[in-house]
Ligand binder design. Structure first.
Ligand code: COA
Length: 166
C-alpha cells in the first residue's frame, strides 16, 4: 500500500472512495465528494493524498487552509475516507500520519471536525473557545504544532457550505 499525492486522472476514483465511505455514515450530508471537487476547482487543496493498493485507490484525505478566530495558518483535515471493504486495516491512520508530516512544514497545526474517539489517537483534542457554530464543541479538534493554542470559530473554506461569519 502506497500513500501519495493525487495526480491527474485520480478524480473519479477519489469521488468513488469518498462517496462509498460516507454512504455508511449516519451523519453524512452526501456532499463530501462535491466538497473535494469544489476545493480542487478553487485551488484550495493544501493536501490531496490517496492510498493506493495494486493500482486501486482505496483511501483519500484532503486538507485545506483554515482560520481559528484571527489565527491564520491552520490545516483543516477532511474529508478522510477509506473504502468500506478496506476499513480497519490502518489505511486511515497511514493517511493521517502522512498528512500531519506534510502539514508540519506549512501550518501552525492541524484541525478538523470529527469523532473524538477516532481522532484522539493522533493527538487531536478539543480546546476551550474553539468551535464551529452548530457543532458540539467536542467534535471540533486541533493538533497545534507549537505552543499557540487555537481559539475562536474554526473558519472553513466556503466549499464546506457552513455559511460562517467572517
Ligand atoms: C474513519 C475512517 C477514515 C477510518 O479509516 P480506517 O482505515 O478504517 O482507520 P484505521 O484502520 O487506521 O483505524 C481503525 C480504527 O479506528 C476505529 N474507527 C474507525 N472509524 C471510527 C469512528 N468513526 N469512530 C471511532 N472509531 C473509529 C476503528 O474502530 C479501529 O479501531 P480498532 O482497530 O482499535 O478497532 C473510515 O472508517 C471511513 O472512511 N469512515 C467513513 C467516513 C468517515 O467517517 N470519515 C471521517 C469523518 S470525520
Amino acid at each position: 500500500m502506497l500513500i501519495r499525492n493525487d495526480k491527474v486522472g485520480d478524480d473519479p476514483a477519489i469521488r468513488r472512495v469518498v462517496t462509498d465511505a460516507f454512504k455508511m455514515l449516519a451523519q453524512s450530508t452526501g456532499a463530501e465528494a462535491a466538497i473535494v471537487e469544489r476545493l480542487r476547482d478553487d485551488d484550495a487543496l493544501v493536501l490531496s493524498l490517496v492510498a493506493e493498493d495494486e493500482g486501486e485507490i482505496i483511501g483519500f484525505l484532503a486538507a485545506s487552509k483554515a482560520r481559528a478566530g484571527k489565527q491564520d495558518g491552520w490545516g483543516l483535515i477532511g474529508p478522510l475516507a477509506v473504502l468500506p471493504s478496506r476499513q480497519r486495516q490502518g489505511i486511515g491512520s497511514a493517511l493521517m500520519a502522512e498528512a500531519l508530516r506534510q502539514l508540519r512544514a506549512s501550518s501552525r497545526g492541524a484541525a478538523l471536525v470529527g469523532d473524538p474517539i477516532y481522532y484522539s489517537r493522533f493527538g487531536f483534542r478539543a480546546f476551550s473557545g474553539l468551535g464551529v457554530a452548530g457543532c458540539p464543541p467536542e467534535v471540533v479538534q486541533a493538533l497545534p504544532f507549537d505552543s499557540v493554542e487555537p481559539h475562536g470559530e474554526l473558519i472553513h473554506h466556503p466549499a464546506f457550505g457552513l455559511d460562517q461569519q467572517e
